[in-house]
Design a protein around this ligand. Sequence first.
Ligand code: PAF
Length: 303
Amino acid sequence: MSPRVLTTAAELRAATIELLGSSRRHPSSLGLVPTMGALHEGHAALARAAREENDVVVATIFVNPLQFGDPADLDRYPRTLEADVQLLGGCGVDLVFAPPQEEVYAGGAPLVRLSAGRLGEKFEGEFRPGHFDGMLTVVAKLLHLAWPAADASYRAYFGQKDAQQLALIRRMVSDLNFTAEIRAVPTVRSAEGLALSSRNRFLSEEEARAALVLSRALRLLAGRASRCEPLDLDSAVALVECEPLVELEYFEVVDPDTLEPLAFNCSLTPFSGEGLALIAARVGSVRLIDNQPLKADPAGARG
Ligand code: PAF
């Protein structure tokens, strides 16, 4: 069924109250799927997860100017509302909130914004200054705008693909006492392994093939981690650097929550516990990011 498309906060409030009120379950629950549109199977996975776990599902489509440093990037961001609404309908989403800019930033660019702090300055933050402040500001607003009611459960869905974004949103929710539970959904990949992203459409065929080296390098580390071997990160870096169309920006192994470097030497010491490998690279004119949770499996390693 086609979801209702709403463009004002007042319409969204009225529609969620109505749907939650007619839910047979009490207390009921609302799942929020914030997006910027240009949707693909990765977003569909978020919407389906929300559908499975909640009575009412709201997806938002809003290209947030605050999180774009370069106005040309904002202009270039694909707008595909009709196809997006269709995809969300196929996933069982009830309401699509697609507000114009003036509805979200009624007084113009907001004077008061959230700051991502130190966690937002590293990795993506180094390459995209201010991006995470803008992202957190809009996510905070969307969480407020779709807030169901005190007696309903509230969950919001984000992709593991944007690991730093996810870590920051979790931190914001904990630091600022938001009531929403943050749910992470695993990265969806093409059959060859490329992490799905709205930017992949800008890759040529040759670049898309070259970009596969990112997931190949991450899989190499995941295998070593699960076998409790030293990660030998340098060899994985070398693998990526061998691909002439790929220009590596960072490739690091960190603590999944704090994104701080792991306490032990990843290159030499047998891997134990858990970690997160983060990678970013330019492939032609397209910046790609990917990541891989790492987990030691001592039982498997012995077997
Ligand atoms: O991941 C995205 O699409 C955006 O950063 C988000 C979370 C919708 C905020 O604009």
